[in-house]
Design a protein around this ligand. Structure first.
Ligand code: BGC
Length: 919
């Protein structure tokens, strides 16, 4: 009897487990709900925001078959499944990213709570967790606030070349006498701002305010301050810094440097009471204002000066005596469209402890952060009232261990702190950032200790969405250096460098780099915003500058820098499945191309170029640019090849926006361009283009301009040039390097790409590492070249290296836009034993992790739900290939898709795989 009971219990347990397994294996869930590619964004101004979600499924081959989205005006309604704003009902569709809201017209200040459920071929999900977005102020008439500021300098300010302007402090007391339901602040603070409510800083962003051409667009931010407002007396306070609004070099080269004026702000606090009534506090001349606070100067190039003896203790709390403060001026609006910020804010994204502090001379120390970074240091100090500590920042040291500042040009990169002298003081600047590894400390009372300092890394707060590691330690180090370089140069826009008197959003630096970066950071919103900056910088004749926002006036008309406009739109579509940039910018792109065509096309060739193959390794180590004509690629060749590339991309874009006539005309021009190009530059005897530089041959080959019968010869010329003339080294600059690794790989020499990538003698990325670099340099010969243009933290020489790491080595490449289909085709190279990578696609995580040894190739692959992958197995037959313990040939769900040279193609759905191929 007892035995029988045990058997029954075991049987029931077995059923339970089986049922559970059956349920769990098909279990479908949802995660990562995003609105306009942001998590729970506040105050956006998209009228049909696009919603995305990721499906979680423990089974294989999960595909969404339908979805239902509910958007409600309150959480209660959402919880009752009442979509009073939108109930999509069940929609048969596999679309799970960028589903446009199609509910009631959204008014300003609308709270939108949403959730989604999906049906898939392997089961149905529950309603996912709820998510949120709110609309901002959608109409100009919603703004009741007035622009306030002070259009002038104080006696302690200086508004000429090395400008010094103290920060501007504003405060306003007000009563809020009823219980509050909600309080929201809408603010623009130009150039940077800090916002306080009742003494508390709102949010944790730094360098707040998005950089734009403020005469074209001005971004406002929205904060929910419901919990910060008290019933009774309150105070709201702001501090304004210069940022890019009050330029770092005013009244200096006015034809080049754009000026916007003195700091100013616009603020609207809207309080909704429980009884439904409202109170609105706006910036106006009832506020109080002073420029005589502790931040005496803030200048992004030169640094920040903070005098703690001038602190306005309690200024942002109630009851502060502001009788000595003045009334702000009502000032003119900056002129640009008021728009919601729809990208990640800048934050302190990580901290670094210094590795050493060593005395240099009496009273002067050199601190080493161990890493070139962008941000600042926070200091802890104890001393006497009026003691002054000076921090000077630099990327490298001289031989005598003094700071090397020659490459900063005239940027002073110096912070100064005056102590109040009451116990321990902790400080860091707030309105500047520096690019540095070393800090010179002068005037520190006592002996500074590493524990008194911390490096705060300041960057756009975007998710790190890629991981990449190999068996090659040098490649790993280069990847790490690139990671630091990319992070250092995101500041609400992609900038060229964080240290010298430049820090400009140069277009050419990101032409292809943006694609590699998108494998590392979720840079979608940043680059979508940057395209708006570029469009805003376009002149009425169609010309697009080399720097946008156009803080520096560079309308030099070339193909390679402005062409970034088109390349980035293509990247956003390909990597993130975001079609909007193409649609939004199509007309301006077309206008630019036709402007360039009309003005500079002669006999079918694009005759205008400005930068050539910028920064090739020069013939002599002190040079910045090569002078030897054999190293220089002809400008018309580069411009015409890029023109052709742009025309091809525009053909695709024309198809996307459904303009067949345009498509035809781009195609015709492209054909004519190709013909003229080959006529002029191709030597039909040798298969060499022009003077046979790698770049001269590579551009037409990679862009598909070479007549088929010459392709092999052209490629051989590239290979010979690298192997013979360059002894296995890189010889390309910013232009050639954008296509080099992919070009070599696509045409069958990934081994040569690998050789170039893991070189450690000059010129190479590995050489930089060998010289102690912790980032990527502006010049291949950064250690020996003239300091005039020689940053140690630039990303443009990365070219397509990071793209190749992910696409070429890990084999993770988008097939259809946004990785709806994935092409997994790693190059298996002798000398590289394993690669481990993962990448967060819009659909979810894709993983590729392979390793090889003498007798086996093992490849672990993960494909996210609602996506499929074409996998190239390095074998000519599926015989003997296993997925875990199962023979692959018996797995019904895996589709054989033919042979591609020596690789077998299979198509797989979502799930985890463990392929094993015996040699
Ligand atoms: C910048 C580069 C930029 C170049 C073009 C340099 O000073 O640092 O990154 O693309 O100028 O002229």
């Amino acid at each position: 009897m007892k035995k029988c009971a045990i058997h029954i219990a075991a049987f029931l347990a077995c059923i339970l487990i089986c049922c559970y397994r059956g349920f769990a294996s098909d279990r479908v869930g949802l995660q990562h709900l995003r609105c306009e590619m942001l998590e729970n964004p506040q105050g956006i101004d998209a009228l049909h925001p696009r919603l995305s979600w990721q499906i979680i499924s423990s089974g294989h081959n999960t595909v969404q078959t339908a979805y239902q989205v509910i958007v409600a005006s309150s959480l209660e309604k959402l919880n009752k499944d009442e979509g009073d704003l939108w109930d999509s009902h069940k929609i048969s569709s596999n679309q799970s990213i960028m589903v446009a809201y199609a509910g009631k017209a959204l008014a300003s200040r609308t709270a939108c709570f949403w959730k989604v459920r999906v049906w898939t071929n392997t089961g149905q999900s529950q309603w996912g967790q709820s998510a949120f977005w709110s609309t901002g102020l959608l109409n100009a008439s919603d703004w009741k606030a007035k622009w306030i500021g002070y259009d002038g300098g104080f006696p302690w300010d200086s508004v000429s070349k090395f400008s010094r302007l103290s920060a501007r402090y504003f405060r306003k007391e007000f009563k809020s006498d009823k219980p509050i339901e909600k309080a929201v602040v809408y603010i623009v603070g130009l150039g940077h701002y800090e916002l306080y409510v009742n003494g508390k800083a709102v949010g944790d962003e730094v360098l707040a305010e998005t950089p734009t051409d403020y005469t074209k667009a001005v971004k406002y931010n929205t904060y929910d301050v419901t919990d910060d407002i008290s019933q009774g007396d309150n105070v709201i306070g702001t501090v304004l810094g210069n940022g890019r609004f009050f330029t770092m070099r005013p009244k200096y080269k006015p034809q080049k440097i754009k000026e916007f004026g003195f700091p100013k702000m616009l603020l609207q606090l809207e309080i909704t009471y429980n009884d439904g009534s409202k109170k609105v506090i706006t910036s106006d001349d009832s506020w109080k204002f002073t420029g005589d606070g502790p931040i005496r100067s803030n200048n992004e190039y030169d640094g920040e000066e903070y005098d703690a003896t001038k602190e306005l203790t309690g200024w942002s709390t109630i009851g502060y005596d502001d009788s000595m403060w003045s009334t702000p001026q009502l000032v003119a609006a900056p002129g640009g469209r008021l728009e919601a910020r729809m990208m990640e804010p800048i934050k302190i994204v990580r901290t670094i402890d210094p590795i050493s502090i060593r005395p240099l001379r009496p009273g002067i120390w050199i601190m080493d952060m161990g890493q070139n970074m962008a941000g600042w240091v926070q200091m802890r100090v104890k001393g006497n009232h009026g003691d002054k500590v000076t921090l000077r920042y630099a990327e490298t040291l001289q031989k005598d261990r003094e700071l090397y500042v020659a490459n900063l040009r005239d940027a002073k990169a110096t912070d100064r702190y005056t102590l109040k002298g009451r116990g321990e003081e902790i400080w860091h600047p707030v309105f500047v950032f520096h690019g540095f590894r070393y800090v010179e400390i002068t005037g520190y009372p006592g002996t500074p200790n590493v524990n008194d300092f911390v490096g705060q890394v300041v960057s756009d707060d975007m998710a790190n969405i890629g991981q990449f590691e190999t068996s090659d330690t040098l490649i790993n180090r280069i990847y790490k250096n690139a990671w630091w370089g990319i992070l250092s140069n995101y500041k609400g826009m992609p900038i060229d460098c964080p240290q010298r008197n430049e820090r400009m959003p140069w277009l050419g630096d990101r032409a292809t780099g943006s694609l590699g970066e998108s494998f590392v950071f979720n840079n979608e919103n940043l680059y979508a915003k940057w395209l708006d900056d570029i469009r805003d910088a376009q002149l009425s004749n169609g010309s697009i500058p080399d720097v946008a926002p156009a803080y520096w006036h560079y309308y030099s008309d070339n193909m390679t820098w402005p062409g970034t406009y088109i390349l980035v739109a293509d990247m956003l579509y390909g990597q993130f499945g975001d079609k909007a940039p193409v649609e939004k910018h199509y007309a301006s792109m077309k206008k630019w191309l036709s402007y360039m065509g009309q003005k500079y096309l002669k006999n079918g060739l694009m005759t205008k170029d400005k930068y050539g193959d910028w920064c090739v390794p020069p013939e002599s180590l002190e040079l910045i640019h090569a002078k030897d004509p054999s190293r220089i690629t002809d400008g018309t060749l580069i411009a015409t090849a890029y023109y052709y590339r742009m025309l091809c991309l525009m053909q695709r874009f024309a198809e996307i926006v459904n303009k067949p006539a345009d498509q035809k005309s781009f195609s015709e021009t492209a054909t004519a361009t190709k013909e003229a190009f080959n006529q002029k530059f191709l030597n039909k005897n040798t298969g060499q283009y022009d003077n046979n530089t790698v770049t001269a041959n590579l551009l037409p080959l990679y862009f598909g301009m070479v007549p088929p019968k010459y392709q092999k010869q052209v490629f051989n010329n590239i290979v010979n040039k690298i192997l013979v003339a360059e002894n296995g080294h890189i010889s390309t600059g910013v232009i050639g390097t954008q296509w080099l690794m992919r070009g070599l790989t696509d045409y069958g020499r990934p081994d040569l790409a690998f050789h170039i990538a893991n070189n450690s003698d000059y010129p190479s990325w590995g050489y930089m590492v060998k010289q102690g670099a912790t980032t990527i340099w502006e010049l291949w010969n950064g250690d020996t070249a003239n300091p005039q243009m020689n940053s140690r933290n630039h990303v443009m020489l990365l070219g397509d290296l990071i793209t190749w790491f992910y696409q070429g080595l890990a084999g993770i490449k988008a097939g259809d836009p946004g990785f709806k289909t994935i092409i997994m085709k790693p190059a298996i190279i002798s000398g590289l034993d394993n690669v481990k990578a993962s990448y967060q696609t819009p659909y979810g995580l894709v993983k590729s992790s392979w390793k090889k040894n003498k007798d086996q190739f093992e490849w672990k692959v993960t494909v996210p739900p609602n996506a499929t992958a074409t996998v190239y197995l390095p074998t000519k037959t599926l015989q003997g290939v296993r997925d875990g313990d199962t023979a692959l040939s018996t797995e019904k769900e895996i589709k054989y898709a033919g042979l591609d040279k020596d690789k077998t193609k299979i198509v797989i759905g979502s799930g985890d795989y463990d392929f094993k191929i015996k040699y």
